[in-house]
Ligand binder design. Structure first.
Ligand code: SOE
Length: 379
């Protein structure tokens, strides 16, 4: 183990994502040799009682209730944004202007215009930045990237992805508040497009390159919900479901679907890529497996390989247990922090940067515009 330098973290937001990131900061040096050691300097949230309880549970050294004060502190190196989407831009821009590194939850922003300002801010300030599209760092997904980059699939024809959930079917669920800000268009920007399809699009761009144009349809099944801020029944502005077709720049065709109304599915993120020589298939519910088909194999043994991605020569797995023993969802965040710290030591950017995540934002915006206008939109 080399000597590690401290990296003082100021976390903003203590919800579900605040926990995944805190866990990653705490575990990373137990398993990865990165050159830096995150120090949980402060957590910031509007509710002092909740922030204090979070700080006690995760061992943050101090608590702030005003994110501007957190950013102004000299003992903070990196600001980690885990707040609702409508706050990402103002916090990230202020943090970059104060010379802090910025790690931002997905999606980058509410829209492309905000995202562009965020990219300009981190680039002008030359501060390290990244967006937490965590599924890239599931070892099986990282292995898929390796196989695609090695050219094993040949020319790509099709990219297909789905992200299916069922947690908003109940019409009595309010919009706004705690995790339910995801149902409030003013806080989230969009529904499944920014929340779930953004994950699929980030992975797709990473594996298969840029998206050229899209045609989409969206639906809002529950049109009105009680708003927990006003106490009134208000129109729902988010997309509950979205499906889109696209062309990738490499000539392949994309087919994507996401919904929070697929009864029985909790977080079924799947993708499949079909190329001239072979195909790949992955499923979040079985995340350590990568299915691979190679048509060039001898016909009598040709078939789908069910690769259990746990061997030490597979991405990230040499840092964990022994072959055959798997890891899970939380490890994707540990991997992201590990890469961020390693890249920091090497003076490299950590993908996806704000600029890369802006490409996903552009696709999301084109999807929503296409659904609105019922026409093809270029990205
Ligand atoms: C809720 O829809 C959610 O928690 C998303 O916000 C996450 O990004 C996704 O990974 C799981 O589902």
């Amino acid at each position: 183990m080399r000597m590690t330098k401290p990296l003082n973290i100021g976390l903003i937001g203590y919800g579900f994502m605040g926990r995944t990131h805190s866990n990653a900061y705490k575990r990373v040096n137990d398993f990865f040799d990165t050159g830096y050691r995150p120090v949980l300097r402060a957590v910031c949230g509007r509710d002092m009682e909740k922030a204090t309880a979070f700080a006690a549970q995760w061992q943050y050294e101090s608590v702030e209730t005003d994110w501007q004060k957190l950013i102004a502190r000299d003992d903070i190196d990196a600001i980690d944004i885990c707040t609702p989407n409508n706050t990402h831009a103002k916090i990230a821009i202020a943090a970059a202007e104060a010379g802090k590194m910025v790690l931002c939850e997905k999606p980058l922003s509410m829209n492309v215009e905000e995202g562009e300002r965020m990219v300009a801010a981190v680039e002008n300030a030359k501060v390290p930045n990244t967006v937490w599209y965590n599924y890239r760092r599931v070892p099986a997904v990282t292995l898929a990237k390796q196989l695609v980059d090695e050219g094993r699939l040949g020319r790509i024809f099709h990219y297909r992805a789905q992200f299916l959930q069922d947690w908003t079917i109940d019409a009595d669920l309010p919009q706004g508040g705690a995790a339910l800000w995801r149902l409030d268009a003013d806080a989230a920007g969009s529904g499944v497009t920014g929340d779930l399809l953004a994950h699929c699009i980030d992975t797709a761009i990473w594996l298969n390159g840029s998206v050229r144009d899209v045609t989409a349809m969206t639906e809002t099944f529950v049109k009105e919900r009680m708003h927990n801020l006003t106490g009134k029944v208000e129109k729902v502005g988010i997309d509950d479901a979205c499906a889109f077709l696209c062309h990738f720049e490499n000539g392949s065709l994309g087919l994507f679907e996401s919904t929070r109304y697929a009864r029985g599915h909790k977080a079924l993120y799947t993708f499949e890529i079909n190329g001239e020589h072979g195909s790949l298939r992955w499923d979040l519910h079985d995340l350590h497996r990568l299915e691979y088909f190679d048509h060039r194999e001898e016909s009598i043994i040709r078939g789908w390989h069910d690769v259990h991605v746990t061997d030490g020569d597979m991405p990230y797995m040499d840092k964990w247990w022994v072959p055959g023993l798997q890891i899970g969802y939380e490890h994707t965040f540990v991997h992201h922090v590990a890469d961020f710290l390693t890249d920091l030591t090497a003076g490299r950017a950590t993908s996806p940067t704000f600029a890369e995540a802006l490409q996903t934002q552009k696709v999301c915006q084109a999807i929503l515009a296409s659904a609105e206008s019922a026409s093809w939109m270029s990205v």
